[in-house]
Design a protein around this ligand. Structure first.
Ligand code: BMP
Length: 214
């Protein structure tokens, strides 16, 4: 069976419902991405609870000075996070501070975004942000799955680094186009957790993806 390519973006804050979904989908997904809203509601322990079902990527989009970024990464790791997402625009030292926390924590650096506002600033600096992310030693990159041209450009810039991509489904992207343009894993939230049949929806996405990957 091929490796799963879906990262579930579990943006619901009710812990029992979120854990039920995680339990239901654990065999069909690569990882679960959780965000700040869930941590505000449930506390850091939520990361540990969720990690009994899947690898947990903390989508904290850390965008602070190196010391603070390192503190956030350290705390996420202590609660058993597998990975963390940081903003690249804060600079190489700030990205590297998260990377240097531990080999056990996978740092993903965000170099472009899925929404219209990304065109104002972020998209003017994708190349530099990809470059400093690589230099800082990140494990992977976050790049938009609903913008194939940007994604393909990022793929060229980052070589073999893992790329994870949101923007699928509700935001207009489709998993196959994203994978074909360079994504390793697609990040999907509402399309799955708002579906009447989340398990069937993920299985269907997995089937479609397996048809295009070797
Ligand atoms: P959904 O599939 O429901 O649109 O969820 C997408 C998830 O990815 C959300 O958690 C959102 O915060 C995140 N995200 C995004 O949509 N675009 C980006 O550029 C970066 C993100 O982290």
């Amino acid at each position: 069976m091929s490796e799963k390519r879906v990262i579930l973006s579990l943006d619901i804050t009710d812990e029992p419902s979120a854990l039920r979904l995680a339990e239901q989908l654990e065999g069909e997904i690569f990882a679960i991405k959780i965000g700040l809203a869930s941590i505000i509601v449930n506390g850091g322990k939520y990361i540990r609870d969720m990690s009994s079902y899947a690898k947990v990527i903390c989508d904290f989009k850390s965008a602070d000075i190196p010391k603070t970024n390192a503190q956030i990464a350290q705390k996420a790791l202590e609660y058993n996070a597998w990975g963390i997402i940081v903003q690249a625009f804060t600079g190489k030292d700030a990205i590297k501070a998260s990377v240097d926390v531990s080999d056990r924590l996978k740092v993903f650096s965000l170099v472009s975004m899925t929404h219209e506002g990304a065109s104002y600033f972020i998209d003017k600096h994708v190349e530099e942000m990809a470059k400093i992310s690589i230099e800082a030693g990140v494990y992977g990159i976050v790049a938009p799955g609903n913008r194939p041209e940007t994604l393909a450009k990022v793929r060229k810039l980052v070589g073999e680094k893992k790329i994870i991509s949101p923007g699928i489904g509700v935001q207009g992207g489709d998993p196959i186009t994203a994978i074909k343009n360079g994504s390793d894993y697609v990040i999907i939230g509402r399309t799955i957790y708002e579906s009447k049949d989340p398990l069937g929806t993920v299985k269907e996405i997995n089937r479609a993806i397996s048809a295009v990957i070797r």
